[in-house]
Design a protein around this ligand. Structure first.
Ligand code: UTP
Length: 293
């Protein structure tokens, strides 16, 4: 089956960026000149996704507005012959891609956010992208890599990467049996285990392709780690019924949910930006020298 739909859970509180995210969703913070969410939707479209499903909170409406046609602004730019600028806003969503929105009435956890998308996803396999995990891959993008693996195996897949043992309590952690280079079968998954009890240092990263069967498990979950309804706990139940694969993607992940990850992502994308990279690199060099870092 083809993966047509991607769910973007963007209804978290974003407390680590308060006060910046008091009104604006964390996923609308810019990295250079695009909001974080747009990097994620571009990655999805590159992977062949045609239906974007956003799980949003009632109070932070800017994401919906970002993907809505800005008729007045477009007319204004047209009348001023600013065609390049016009392209930057009309190309946010390519032709043939649809957006749908569903509200998560309360931030009860990632598992609950994904469950909110059930009426829009139905029974088919679907992708989940956590936009604040930005993955820079100079080739096709992390989700496209995963779609290819899905097409060969027809099983749910989770992106993973190795983390420092001391950090296992920030992630979902898997124990696996290797299948091929970079591909594993998951035997167990646990949310935020302390380093001394973590089954490995292979951490779940914010890209998933999930079988529609996950919804029945999410429906019946109670609160897990941190008092939240955890997607990890739903996956732990899914893998008792179906194989779930873990995939070591190629690319660099930036945890833009944290300030340091967000700053690293900004530097990475600024250093690749054709108009900025030389001046920005020179500034960084001077700045480091002046401060004797
Ligand atoms: P995070 O764990 O980063 O939580 O959520 P958060 O609330 O966004 O940020 P902090 O920790 O308070 O700073 C991971 C992803 O899951 C979404 C978030 O929007 C983010 O994309 N999420 C989380 C929801 O959509 N709903 C929830 O109830 C929880």
């Amino acid at each position: 089956m083809k993966i047509r739909k991607a769910v973007f859970p963007v209804a978290g509180l974003g407390t680590r960026f308060f006060p910046a995210t008091k009104i604006v969703a964390k996923e609308m913070l810019p990295v250079v000149d695009k909001p974080i969410i747009q990097y994620a939707t571009e990655e999805a479209v590159n992977a062949g996704i045609t239906e974007l499903i956003f799980v949003i909170s009632r109070t932070k409406t800017s994401i919906q507005e970002h993907y809505t046609k800005a008729t007045e602004l477009e007319k204004e730019l047209e009348s001023r012959n600013k065609h390049d600028l016009l392209n930057t806003i009309t190309n946010i969503l390519p032709a043939g891609i649809s957006c749908a929105y569903v509200e998560q009435h309360k931030a009860l956890g990632l598992g609950h956010a994904v469950l909110c998308a059930r009426p829009l996803v139905g029974d088919e396999p679907f992708a989940v992208i956590l936009p604040d995990d930005m993955i820079d891959d100079d080739a096709s993008g992390c989700l496209q890599q995963m779609v290819q693996v899905y097409e060969q195996n027809q099983s749910s897949i989770i992106a993973i990467e190795e983390v420092n043992r001391s950090e296992t309590d920030k992630y979902g952690i898997v124990s696996t049996s290797p299948i091929a280079n970079g591909l594993h079968r998951i035997n167990a998954i646990v949310e935020k285990p302390k380093p001394d009890v973590a089954p490995s240092n292979l951490a779940v990263v914010g890209r998933y392709i999930l079988s529609g069967a996950i919804f029945d498990f999410l429906e019946n979950l109670g609160k897990g780690a941190g008092g939240e309804i955890q997607l990890t706990d739903g996956i732990a139940m899914l893998l008792k019924k179906e194989p779930v694969l873990a995939y070591e993607f190629s690319g660099t992940r930036y945890d833009c949910g944290s300030k340091i990850g967000y700053l690293k992502a900004t530097i990475n994308y600024a250093m690749k930006h054709p108009e900025l990279k030389h001046e920005f690199a020179a500034f960084l060099r001077e700045h480091m020298q002046a401060r004797q870092f």
